[in-house]
Design a binder for this molecule. Structure first.
Ligand code: MV4
Length: 447
């Protein structure tokens, strides 16, 4: 096992990784920007190295500064967390070239699954269900020809797209002309490649993702699904596991398909397969080759410490258990709490004058915040994750209501009131929502 792990991240996830290391008897190295000298993960780590100025590009994205910090402190491994360099294959390769273990998949696996078109090809080959789709589109005529083959509505997507950018829907030939031209122009402006392709457009899907773990000896398990449909502008607000839309049979079916696919692809470490789910069918979208923000809800229902497993797998350990050993129990919901104006969603950094996190049975708060902490204005506005679990979905909702009520955050506006509002809506309580529900709700509530 590793003796020392460098944590190449900040905020709550840096703390999350530190905690896993500590429980495994592994020493930790924090790296931080000049703006993060007072961060909680820096205080708790065994050692800390300042890697550059506040701007992420000068610090948390500075590959050579991070690798130098690992070499100077003698770290055996680097955990990248999420965001920043976590899905950067060149970084993973550089880390390994310096004799340090990257806690994650290999650079080649990250490259394969990081490109939308190669990931889709790999997924099809591995037996994952996908939406009907086209190859790269050469012209408007070519696009219309494929739209007729697939059948309207369709969605044009950029090969290198992300976060919904460069995506255009079309319901007929006239809209297709515009969608193709617009998507290509947006892709050209925003991404390395302006190649676009199309898929059948699903109009009211849920976003359901499957968590997997795979060791270096071909053993693969899935840890069930997360329903991440409560989102706005590609930002998730609330996630839950299990999904209110699935039954045990459907979970086992998609779980078996995903496990076989990951075995065939030869992927290692932790990963998430994102699907759209509509009318009882799954459609693979993309794979995230990193730890995800919402991993704690999976930990709550599976009893498995995902970060610990990532570290074990990277060190060459075997999983040591099979799918049948994993028993799912109860329900878990996560609320992402951001320091932002709940109406305009603009970030509101500043000093947290008062901080009291809720507690009690089934309540977990992952946060770097403490009373008197000043949130720097340079990074993401998420300041806490509230993860609540209980025996049933209804018991979990009651507990979540109680925990949100107990939470005290003063000094910065935050999204707690919005969470309280969302979880009291009938559609949320009934689990009857899709990826468009929150945006529609927000649009209409002021009327
Ligand atoms: C889709 C889709 C409907 N049909 N593909 C948005 C982000 C990108 N990763 C994929 N996205 C979508 N792809 C087909 N064929 C709808 C979306 C989509 C979406 C997906 C997941 C979560 C939130 C979303 C919000 C709007 C659109």
């Amino acid at each position: 096992m590793f003796e020392k792990v460098l944590i190449a991240n900040r905020g709550e996830v840096a703390l999350r990784i530190h905690r896993a290391c500590r429980e495994m008897g592994i020493r930790t190295v924090a790296v931080h920007s000049e703006a993060d000298a007072n961060a909680m993960h820096v205080r708790l780590a065994d050692e800390a190295v300042c890697i550059g100025p506040a701007r992420s590009t000068d610090s948390y994205l500075n590959k050579s500064a991070i690798i130098s910090a690992a070499l100077i402190t003698g770290a055996d491994a680097i955990h990248p967390g999420y965001g920043f360099l976590s899905e950067n294959a060149d970084f993973a390769e550089m880390v390994e070239e310096h004799g340090i273990t990257f806690i994650g998949p290999t650079a080649d696996q990250m490259r394969l699954m990081g490109d939308k078109i190669t990931a889709r090809q790999a997924a099809i080959k591995a037996g994952l269900p996908v939406t009907p789709g086209s190859p790269a589109l050469e012209s408007v005529e070519h696009a219309i020809e494929w739209a007729h083959k697939i059948g309207y509505p369709v969605i044009v997507k950029a090969k290198d797209g992300g976060g919904g950018k460069g995506m255009k829907t079309a319901f007929n030939d006239e809209e297709m002309r515009e969608a193709f031209t617009m998507a290509k122009a947006e892709a050209k402006a925003s991404f390395p490649s302006d190649v676009v392709y199309m898929e059948k457009y699903l109009q009211k899907p849920r976003h359901i993702e499957m968590q997997i773990l795979a060791d270096k000896y071909g053993h693969v398990v899935h840890l069930g699904e997360r329903d991440c449909s409560i989102q706005r502008k590609n930002q998730k607000l609330i996630e839950e596991s299990p999904s209110p839309a699935l039954n045990d049979k459907q979970r086992k079916e998609i779980g078996d398909i995903v496990r076989k696919a990951i075995e065939q692809i030869g992927y290692t470490n932790a990963g998430t397969l994102e699907f759209l789910y509509e009318d009882g069918k799954f459609y693979f979208l993309e794979m995230n080759t990193r730890l995800q923000v919402e991993h704690p809800i999976t930990e709550a229902v599976s009893g498995i410490d995902i970060v610990r497993e990532q570290i074990r797998i990277a060190s060459g350990a075997e999983l040591g258990y099979t799918q049948d050993d994993i028993k799912f129990s109860g329900h878990a919901i996560e609320c992402r709490i951001n320091a932002e104006n709940p109406e305009t969603f603009t970030p509101c950094p500043g000093k947290v004058t008062e901080w009291h996190a809720p507690g009690g049975l089934g309540v977990r708060v992952d946060s770097e915040i403490y009373s008197g902490y000043s949130i720097p204005p340079f990074y993401d506005s998420m300041i806490a994750k509230l993860i609540v679990s209980g025996k049933t979905r209804n018991a979990t909702l009651m507990r979540l209501r109680r925990a949100l009520e107990e939470f005290v955050i003063e000094g910065v506006p935050n999204t707690i009131p919005l969470h309280q509002e969302i979880i009291s809506q009938a559609e949320f309580i009934d689990g009857q929502y899709n990826i468009h529900w929150l945006e529609n709700y927000m649009k209409n509530r002021h009327k």
